[in-house]
Design a protein around this ligand. Structure first.
Ligand SMILES: [Zn+2]
Length: 563
């Protein structure tokens, strides 16, 4: 027993130590075109860091994707949103490669998925094939590039994860050839007074700093006067050589008088921590200007593991009469970098700009659950919904409740409930909770209905309302007409739309048999491929039923012929 345990242990350790942390030249390229990036690993996205690289596909779809090494398919996911069609391949060296937003899979994998989709009668599906059931060989085609899911243009989203921890790692650490001799670009530089008595340039508020480019290519900020605990942040991006895309930077290092105060990079992170991006960026600034400032100091609520070095959490204590030289280095993964110097003089001066805290009657204590009764609506924030205490702005209108605004991030779901007792005439079946977005559009929020209470769970602050949708979805054929002969057609496609609550389900049959319709919400299109051979009879009676999120339903029926 004991011997077996030690043998197992020995095996695990010899496996771990025989490995390079990031083996170079082991993995092949997933594409046979030059690798040009539309997105880098760790890039700052909405509520998450980008977990892979986005490889541009020359504005095209359908480029073959090659397995980067021998392996076995361990997971397949097909969804309307997110990664769209995605493939996960585990390799014997302990890494899993991920390919997302695919147009379609390689023939063998595609056939396997179709079979399961017909069995489950669902386009959306998640499969975990048994180890070895779907083997792939290095360099063989496993899928084709596309634009499915939450993708705003054709590209391949490519990841390399640890198979054991599932932590995504930076794919560019494995020796991929991405031409990059271009330095990161600095857009803005900011100083933050962090303690109550701290000030920068006679202000107790965040201040934007001017900088000029020096002859040697470095940047020099105008001299700063400050006192107390302060920090810095910047807004910037990185470009590679062959594209104009503004991608994320790789590494940030801040030194004070030569000592490293903070240092982080995007070698790897975990999915469990990714939402803490909201503490790395100045979220208030982001909410107002849609521009991300990366802080060189770490907030107390910031649980990110990306830091290599931290001294005093990257915060700088400026004392009267002393001078300081702060250097910020921003680098891409190829080591192209820019240096910014900020000279600081420790000096207490008359405060000209006071700290502005907009006080409301409701103070949220982040470490506790907080609930608010707004006469007709309730809001419940579980403990640790927020990163820090703040005065929340809550307003109740006739049918609306406003929960602060987009300048504060929530880390977890909170609950909004509406009491409908005073709305006896409201059509409960056709009503739902909607968020009113920045453009004034109503966005369906998954609504739980119980007697006189409607509730929803969300992570998005803003204005919510009770909306009503009595109009059923529309269904229109895109490429065929009634009683038409479609013998030479390769596919059927229809446009399905819903004006308000949005499409919840769609179901199509031919002569009573379920057919697989691939739904692409970006183009409001559902598509059936005749290769599935469900419509083998001469007369085909097509029936499509589409239901919206409050149960309004439309049925479309049409006959066509094939031989
Ligand atoms: Zn991506």
């Amino acid at each position: 027993m004991r011997l077996r345990f030690f043998c197992a242990l020995f095996f695990v350790f010899s496996f771990l130590f025989s490995q390079d942390k990031y083996p170079k030249d082991t993995f092949g390229s997933p594409l046979d075109i030059p690798l040009v990036l539309a997105g880098t690993f760790g890039e700052l996205r909405s509520n998450h860091f980008h977990a892979g690289i986005d490889i541009k596909t020359q504005q095209r779809q359908g480029l073959p994707i090659y397995a980067i090494a021998d392996g076995t398919v361990t997971r397949i996911k097909v969804s309307h949103w997110g990664y769209g069609k995605a493939l996960y391949v585990a390799h014997p060296n302990g890494f899993t490669s991920v390919y997302a937003h695919l147009q379609k899979f390689g023939p063998e994998i595609e056939a396997y998925i179709r079979q399961q989709q017909y069995k489950k009668q669902s386009y959306e599906i998640e499969l975990f094939p048994d180890y070895g059931d779907l083997k792939v060989e290095k360099g063989k085609v496993i899928a084709y590039t596309g634009n499915t899911g939450g993708s705003s243009g054709p590209h391949l989203h490519f990841e390399i994860r640890s198979s054991i921890t599932e932590k995504p790692t930076n794919p560019l650490l494995y020796g991929y050839d991405v031409r990059d001799a271009t330095n990161p670009t600095l857009v803005g530089l900011y100083g933050y007074p962090l303690a109550d008595d701290a000030q920068i340039n006679q202000g107790a508020q965040k201040v934007q700093l001017n900088f000029t480019k020096q002859k040697d290519g470095s940047f020099l900020a105008d001299k700063v006067t400050a006192i107390g605990t302060i920090g810095f942040g910047f807004n910037g991006f990185d470009r590679q050589d062959m594209a104009a895309n503004k991608n994320g930077v790789y590494a940030v290092k801040q030194t004070v008088n030569g000592k490293v105060y903070s240092e982080y990079d995007f070698e790897s992170f975990s999915f469990g921590e990714t939402r803490y991006i909201n503490t790395l960026i100045d979220y208030r600034h982001f909410g107002k200007f849609k521009q991300r400032i990366q802080k060189c100091f770490k907030d107390e609520s910031n649980k990110l593991s990306i830091y290599k070095t931290l001294y005093l959490d990257g915060k700088i204590n400026i004392q009267e009469g002393l001078s300081y030289q702060v250097e910020i280095e921003i680098a891409d993964i190829e080591g192209n970098d820019i240096k910014i110097s900020i000279p600081i003089e420790g000096k207490r001066q008359e405060l000209k700009i006071q700290k502005q805290i907009k006080k409301t009657e409701n103070l949220v204590i982040a470490s506790r659950p907080n609930s608010f009764d707004l006469e007709g609506a309730k809001v419940y924030f579980p403990e640790s919904t927020f990163y820090q205490d703040f005065y929340i702005d809550l307003k109740k209108g006739k049918d609306t409740v406003s929960i602060h605004d987009g300048t504060v991030a929530a880390h977890r779901n909170f609950t909004i409930s509406f009491d409908l007792t005073k709305h006896p005439k409201l059509n409960r079946k056709k009503s739902f909770i909607a968020r009113i977005d920045e453009k004034g559009n109503l966005r369906y929020s998954k609504t739980y209905k119980r007697a006189n209470t409607f509730s929803t769970r969300t992570k998005t602050l803003g204005t919510y309302t009770i909306a009503q949708d009595t109009i059923a979805p529309t269904i229109k054929p895109k490429n065929f007409k009634p009683k038409e002969w479609l013998s030479n057609y390769r596919y059927l496609s229809l446009r399905i739309q819903d004006d308000l609550s949005g499409i919840n389900t769609y179901r199509a049959t031919i002569n009573g048999d379920w057919i697989l319709m691939e739904y692409e919400p970006k183009t409001s299109t559902i598509t059936y491929n005749f290769d599935d051979k469900i419509a083998d009879q001469k007369q085909c009676d097509l029936k499509v039923v589409v239901t919206d999120n409050v149960g309004n339903s439309t049925t479309f029926e049409q006959t066509f012929f094939r031989k």
